[in-house]
Design a protein around this ligand. Structure first.
Ligand code: DX5
Ligand code: ZN
Length: 216
């Protein structure tokens, strides 16, 4: 089953809990939490306290996407704040294997994220350790960018890599996904779809989530 993961980066922060409740009521499964530090990516979003403010107020699966340098230093904070899964960028981790073990030691799910320019073979040694791979379909840092078309082939290739190794690893895709291209992304093999602006920058969130479900 394909899961929808709205990114709160595009939510109205003055009404954050209301926005989260709206997508939850509309039937999404995940909540995507985009954390940016102004170093790894050229933008700053928010940190663990914002996630903590939602703790106990939603039953959605909390999918934390860390776009930060030195993620090892902050993983525990995000687990304490309610993360169910932690995504770290392979480009930000000098010792990716160690970071993966650290995330697992907290009993949450672990995913590795690849930027559009990072090849799939960087996953060769770590794929069996992962619950999920997150493929970026935009260069991270901002919501509302356009989907990079070459991602579709990359998803297909990753899907093949996973099934040929007999693994049970999920594929999430993030960036520029909207009602016109979501079908292509799912068809290529993604089973978790992140959408920020396409869901929160609409006047009727409920109708948009339902339209996504239909398109899938
Ligand atoms: C990009 C973030 C994405 C982004 C998605 O750096 O990781 O999650 O918010 O937003 P849209 O769907 O607007 O591209
Ligand atoms: Zn993200």
């Amino acid at each position: 089953m394909v899961k929808i993961a709205p990114s709160i980066l595009s939510a109205d922060f003055s009404r954050l809990l209301e926005n989260v409740s709206e997508v939850e009521k509309a039937g999404v499964e995940y909540l995507h939490i985009d954390v940016m530090d102004g170093h790894f990516v050229p933008n700053i979003s928010f940190g663990a306290p914002v996630l903590k403010s939602l703790k106990g107020k939603t039953n959605l699966f909390i999918d934390v996407h860390l776009m930060i340098e030195n993620p090892d230093l902050y993983i525990k904070d995000f687990v304490d704040a309610g993360a169910d899964l932690i995504n770290v960028h392979i480009e930000a981790c000098r010792h990716i294997h160690r970071t993966i073990q650290l995330i697992k030691s907290y009993g949450v799910k672990v995913a590795v994220t690849l930027n559009p320019g990072t090849p799939l073979h960087t996953l060769d040694e770590i794929l069996p350790e992962l619950d999920m791979v997150l493929l970026m379909s935009v260069n991270p840092g901002f919501g509302g960018q356009s989907y990079i078309e070459s991602t579709t082939k990359k998803i297909e290739k990753l899907k093949k890599m996973i099934s040929e190794s007999g693994l049970n690893c999920e594929i999430e895709v993030d960036g520029g996904i909207n009602l016109s291209n979501v079908k292509e992304v799912v068809k290529a093999g993604a089973n978790i779809i992140v959408a920020g602006s396409a869901i929160f920058n609409t006047s009727d969130i409920d109708a948009t989530v339902k339209a996504f479900r239909n398109a899938i």
